[in-house]
Write a protein that binds this ligand. Structure first.
Ligand SMILES: C[S@@+](CC[C@H](N)C(=O)[O-])C[C@H]1O[C@@H](n2cnc3c(N)ncnc32)[C@H](O)[C@@H]1O
Length: 221
């Protein structure tokens, strides 16, 4: 690309990024991690069976604080930078979705804990309600959704009330047994989903997403 001037090179890079985005959107692997953070819970952080998304992309070295006396490095590098309330994937695109949203209510992240896990601010109940709805939309019928919730501030039952889907069973973990792993199965609802046969069209629609990250446009087949 020696012959290209800077503008042409930027344009070429943007076009490549758009192509890569469309390829990943249209050919995703079977598993979606809807808010991967630094992938702490994964056995293999580069597992090719999964698509890792998050609304942020950042690497921060944090000074020691109360919760992390040796400091910490936060490295969030998703395959696609997306907002889970407005996903660009077709209905039924994934066999399994894992949904582990932030659980700490703060205006902004300040220390290791909140940078690692993110924060809940503003109208976060609507955000989680929309997140559940999107995760179930992109899940295929009889697909499985794993939801993780740390019950340090908000009780699990209040969060489960944000979706009409009924959990199957769960498991508690952590020092205080405050981390819940909850399993759902998507049972097809006859006639409930008008966009069941919809397909994703065109380029990412940036205006569709509250956070300004790429959203989606659907049309009936
Ligand atoms: C609890 S952490 C996930 C931790 C992750 N499961 C792990 O193993 O490291 C929650 C993540 O949700 C991300 N997040 C918050 N709101 C989001 C949104 N609307 N869309 C996508 N990601 C979001 C945050 O950036 C944060 O990285």
């Amino acid at each position: 690309m020696e012959h290209m001037n800077e503008n042409a090179e930027e344009e070429w890079n943007r076009a490549q990024d758009a192509k890569e985005f469309e390829f990943m959107r249209d050919n995703p692997p079977p598993v979606l991690d809807a808010c991967c953070g630094s992938r702490m819970m994964w056995f293999d952080k580069q597992d090719e069976r999964a698509l890792f998304i998050d609304k942020r992309r950042e690497r921060i070295e944090m000074r020691p604080d109360k919760s992390y006396p040796s400091g910490c490095v936060i490295d969030v590098n998703p395959d696609m930078q997306l907002d889970f309330t407005c996903l660009p994937f077709s209905n039924s695109a994934f066999s399994l979705v894992v949904f582990d949203p932030p659980h700490l209510q703060r205006e902004e992240a300040k220390g290791c804990l909140t940078y690692k896990y993110g924060v809940l601010n503003g109208d976060w109940r609507s955000m989680l309600r929309d997140g559940f709805a999107e995760c179930f939309r992109v899940l295929r019928p009889e697909g499985v959704l794993i939801f993780k919730w740390a019950e340090t501030e908000v009780p699990l039952r209040e969060i489960l009330a944000l979706t009409d889907e009924k959990p199957l069973f769960g498991h508690k973990s952590g020092k205080q047994m405050g981390t819940h792993w909850v399993t759902f199965i998507k049972v097809p609802k006859v006639g409930a989903d008008k966009t069941a046969n919809a397909k994703v069209t065109g380029s990412p629609d940036l205006s569709a997403s509250p956070s300004g990250l790429p959203g989606y446009a659907v049309e009936d087949k």
